[in-house]
Design a protein around this ligand. Sequence first.
Ligand code: FES
Length: 123
Amino acid sequence: MTAHHLQFDSHDLQEKGLGLRFKLPQLGEHATGFLVRYEGKAYAYVNQCAHLPVELDWKEGEFFTLNKDYLICATHGAHYQPDTGHCVLGPCQGKRLQSIPVTEMNQQITIHLEGLHGHGGRK
Ligand code: FES
């Protein structure tokens, strides 16, 4: 059995700070996802570039560009909008990260994994 949701403490997720990584056994043994905060809101995505199947952060948790405007894939520099996951620059332009539903209340962030599956999940 794999968990259908994961919880994080809201205080652990800083605005445009380090992302929090989590495992996604639903998508494969080594699959991970990540959580970031942008303009006050929490967003979660599958940690996989829309261009090639590699993780975005080469330094653990570092998903934002230097000026904190975009999420960046460290491998070839794809830029993603933090709130939508749309690729706006780089080799994956026009594609998007696979988002994962997130809710936040009472200082708790919940990541909802119920709808997540490995095959053709990206829209
Ligand atoms: S692998 Fe992410 S930009 Fe190419």
